[in-house]
Design a protein around this ligand. Structure first.
Ligand code: CA
Length: 226
């Protein structure tokens, strides 16, 4: 997996690059918006991590240009700006996700994994882990062939966990992607909903699929995987 990191602050760039390289991603660095555009056009990247305030050309502008040129590489925007306006603007210009500085390295890595995976999984009609199946066309969910009734919110949450099966999803990711931009879903609301779907998909089965990752979030995975 090859990632283009566009960040002009040397310290932050080095920090992110080190974290990603440790996880065996190949990372190219650009410190200028114009240079980044050229690099992204030449090299097919799997992901672009993009700071908003840059010399040459802003991250917003770069994002817009890339999408105009039909380059559909997932883009993760980074910024110190935390206003809803900037977030919405970035997403409207074609970015896929948004992370506000300062952030924990685990949060960054979770987003990176999610974006690298999303491209593949959310286009499949059937999401499946072990004997749990979610059909994105009919919106029917079954476990071991037994139909499971979910509310719309439970379905959205389970679908999100399934798209990212095998990976940790943080509560922040769930808030933003399942509850949406304008909601104030608190951690305990997410925990309550996780418990609802646990009761429906895990309680009557020998091997639970949803696991809590302490202080971080949740993972839905095959029972026998690590
Ligand atoms: Ca900057």
């Amino acid at each position: 997996m090859r990632i283009l990191l566009v960040e002009d602050e040397a310290k932050i760039a080095a920090f992110i690059k080190r974290a990603l390289t440790e996880k065996r991603y190949k990372v190219d660095l650009a410190s200028d918006g114009n240079q980044a555009l050229i690099q992204a056009e030449i090299q097919p990247y799997d992901l672009i991590i993009l700071d908003i305030v840059l010399p040459g050309r802003s991250g917003f502008n770069l994002c817009e240009q890339l999408r105009k040129k039909k380059i559909s590489t997932p883009i993760l925007l980074l910024s110190v700006k935390d206003s809803l306006h900037d977030k919405v603007k970035g997403l409207n210009l074609g970015a896929d996700d948004y992370l506000t500085k300062p952030f924990e390295v685990e949060e960054l890595l979770a987003r990176v994994r999610a974006l690298l995976r999303r491209g593949r999984n959310d286009k499949l009609p059937i999401l499946k882990v072990a004997d749990l199946c979610l059909n994105q066309v009919t919106q029917k969910v079954t476990r071991a062939g037994k139909p499971i009734k979910l509310t719309a919110r439970e379905y959205a949450l389970l679908r999100y966990l399934l798209i990212h099966a095998g990976e940790i999803v943080t509560r922040t990711m769930i808030t933003e992607h399942v509850w949406g931009e304008d909601s104030a879903a608190f951690t305990n609301v997410i925990d309550v909903y996780i418990n609802y779907i646990r009761k429906k998909i895990d309680r009557d089965f020998k091997h639970p699929l949803i696991h809590t990752i302490r202080f971080t979030g949740y993972i839905l995975k095959e029972p026998d995987s690590a």
